[in-house]
Design a binder for this molecule. Sequence first.
Ligand SMILES: [Zn+2]
Length: 486
Amino acid sequence: MKELISNDSPQMIRILDDVPISENVRSLAENLVNQIDRPVVFLINSDGKANYGNRNPHYQNQFWVTVKPQTKQGEFDRLVLAGLLRGVIDRKRMLYAFPTETFKETIDKYADNHRKSAIEMIDKINATASTIIAESYLEKYGIKTSNEILARLYESKISGLKEYLYLQDESSQKGSLFCWYKETEVQNILDFVNVGRRNKNYLEEIHRILEKTKPKEKRKTYLKQIDSLTAYINEVKEEITAENVEDINEQLLKVILKEFDLEADVQLKYYDLKEGEINVLQIGKAKVYSYIPDYIPNQAFLSRSMRYVREMICLIEEYAGMLDTNHVYPLVAANLIDSNYPSACSNGQKEKGYYISVMRGLFEQIKYRAENVHIAADIEKSFTYYFANDDIRESIYRYAVYFITAHEYGHIFNEDCEPDAMEQPDKEEAADAEACRLLYTLLMFQPKYHSTKIQNKFHKMQLDCVLCKMGIQLAHEFRKEKEGNV
Ligand SMILES: [Zn+2]
């Protein structure tokens, strides 16, 4: 376990059981994973620049938690949890800082170094807000940045600051004064605030060294910015709760932009969360979302259901193409339609991308059926040895959702959902056949089989096959009962 954290090569892990976190934080981590509306992929020992959690830019259906090697187990645990927390927050309508169009044009004209600094400034502003929110949450569970990490951060900031003073002295002797770009200033001040707000001695020392920077007017501004942001953050941190994170995040970003006079250059926008209206044959217009909107009841259930939809899409995107190189398996985005009507649909086109949208009513009805489906006594008896009864029915539900998703994917794969496709009389049966083919081919690739805990692996596989068949049958019957195309 240890070597994973230190000098090992990067590893992609798809199951929380295999992530080398401490046992005492495992249930908290599991709780967070279960709140994320897409499958989580852990990139451990990443050589990437930052420890972070974000939606994968290529595979939109996955949430990635990236953690660099750490020498301290506690720090590794904290970074995994903070990454997962970002996944929970990502489900909410959170604002992010983006450069305005005019500022983007300005940045493009900058020299390389300057441009890089401007882009990093935007990242730093977003990271500062999300770090404060993640920290405040984790502190409630007693998980804090260790003193060693803070000391290391402080040392690196102080040595950077001393180097800056040296460069300023050297340049002023030559008759010019070396100064940070404004974008570099913002990043540095945010870093100083980040270190100083957690340790008074560090804050005093940062103050003392900054007093030596030139020119005088700038130095005053730096100190004022550090003091007012530190005070604001310490105050707002205490107020964060699960209910107000969106509001606090917005306030925090606005205060940062105002403090650095960036309001004209940086705007706050929602990142990649889409909502709109869709016209569905049976119900007319309905609201469609790429996330779970706050007003919808039963969010945990819908979040889990959308995760199942995305798990199936991920399996297809990642493995179907690998196993079958003769066909193209397009990338697909998943949506939730807020309607009681129990249906699902696929739409889109080659050039613009594809969508699978599932109505809330379909999840609810399929869940009800999975809870009430007859399970033969002998099957139940042999399987409850490995699983709780709830897990058996939840698995049937999950496979039914997999089947529905694969069926919709079948329409995309068979190209009968393209806007100009001719109506094919047997397209529903063809999509079912495609769904069965995909499910049985990909069943083995589910992340759980990558687990190192293999004691019950084969029994679980056997069980999964039976449950999968039940789930498929349930969904298949449901679809056939309904009139019209789904
Ligand atoms: Zn269909």
